[in-house]
Design a protein around this ligand. Structure first.
Ligand SMILES: C[S@@+](CC[C@H](N)C(=O)[O-])C[C@H]1O[C@@H](n2cnc3c(N)ncnc32)[C@H](O)[C@@H]1O
Length: 307
């Protein structure tokens, strides 16, 4: 195999970064292998002073800048099409200098593209952020999780660097001053964050890790299923708003039987209703109320493929 000279390699990488070809973006495995290799190459090529700048400035600022952009609705505005700085100033009412700094920062992180002088477009990898429900859910979850990340060093120091073993005694309880409660208990006490979490999960999960893509559902679940009674075909345990079940029913409408989505009461209350799907409150740490003999051999899932 011919070896590329460093300059040829650089030119190839620049070409790839400017416009990733379709045969790469549509091949999920290749895309993720290339992204991982590129990230490893980036880390291997950084200088020590680059690492300092990344840890101190770039990484913490990235999430915060995206959070500000969500508040300004920049992603949904840019979804309408390319915009000039003055159009964005008009739409967001932000101070011009501040907005151009935010946009430069977003461009550096790859969230927006600078197309020409002071013209901006939404980056294809940030398409999902233009969905208002997703963006609000993400912002709300970030606001909930970030205080816990910040509390982690203090928590670990006070725990004398022992791994947390009790889910009710972690950095989260320190961050929220909520002794004796677990993550879900703390989350459910904050209805806005709980709703944000449910919305984030459903919009984020809508198109990825779908059961029908991971498992031959029709072949393995429908074969031998007794359609005569009121049999349950499917129980989605900890299924949130039922996003995976909705996607499954949409992809395989011929699947027979009842479809049930279980989650905690706070989530079930907010879950949108879907025809043919039953939402039931159930804590998965308690006994499963849906009983019945499986009318087929339990399928063997290769869980390693889910990791
Ligand atoms: C990471 S989300 C995954 C949601 C969904 N299964 C999906 O893949 O999109 C985890 C879900 O588990 C639920 N959950 C957490 N603890 C639970 C419990 N003890 N009993 C039932 N559901 C629980 C949460 O409310 C949340 O909806």
């Amino acid at each position: 195999m011919a070896t590329l000279s460093p300059n040829e390699l650089l030119a190839q990488l620049q070409k790839l970064a400017a416009s990733p070809p379709k045969e790469i973006t549509t091949d999920t495995t290749l895309r993720s292998q290339l992204a991982t290799a590129a990230k490893k190459a980036f880390l291997a090529l950084e200088k020590p002073e680059d690492v300092v700048a990344r840890l101190l400035l770039s990484q913490p600022v990235e999430g915060i800048t995206v959070r500000i952009a969500i508040d300004l609705k920049l992603f949904s505005i840019l979804k309408e099409g390319e915009k000039s700085l003055s159009q964005l100033i008009e739409a967001t009412k932000a101070e011009p200098v501040l907005l151009s700094r935010i946009l430069r920062s977003l461009a550096a992180f790859g969230a927006v593209l600078e197309v020409g002088k002071q013209n901006y477009a939404l980056s294809p990898t940030y398409e999902l952020f233009s969905n208002e429900a997703f963006a609000t859910g993400l912002a709300s979850c970030g606001d909930f999780l970030n205080p816990s990340y910040l509390a982690l060093p203090g928590y670990l120091a006070s725990a004398k660097y022992q791994s947390p073993r009790n889910p009710k005694d972690t950095a989260l309880q320190k961050a929220f001053n909520a002794e004796g409660k677990d993550l879900i208990g703390i989350l459910m006490e904050r209805p806005d964050s709980a709703r944000g979490f449910g919305t984030l999960m459903s919009t984020w999960g809508e198109g990825n890790s779908l059961i029908q893509d991971l498992y031959p559902v029709n072949e393995r679940l429908a074969t031998g299923f007794d359609e005569s009674g009121d049999q349950v075909m499917w129980v989605d345990v900890g299924g949130g708003y039922g996003q995976k079940t909705v996607a499954l029913k949409r992809a395989c409408p011929e699947l027979p039987g009842r479809f049930i989505v279980q989650d905690l009461p706070g989530t079930v209350e907010n879950a949108p209703k879907h025809d043919g799907i039953e939402n039931i409150a159930h804590d998965f740490f308690t006994e499963q109320p849906i009983k019945g003999r499986l009318p087929f051999d339990p399928p063997k899932l290769d869980l390693t493929s889910l990791c």
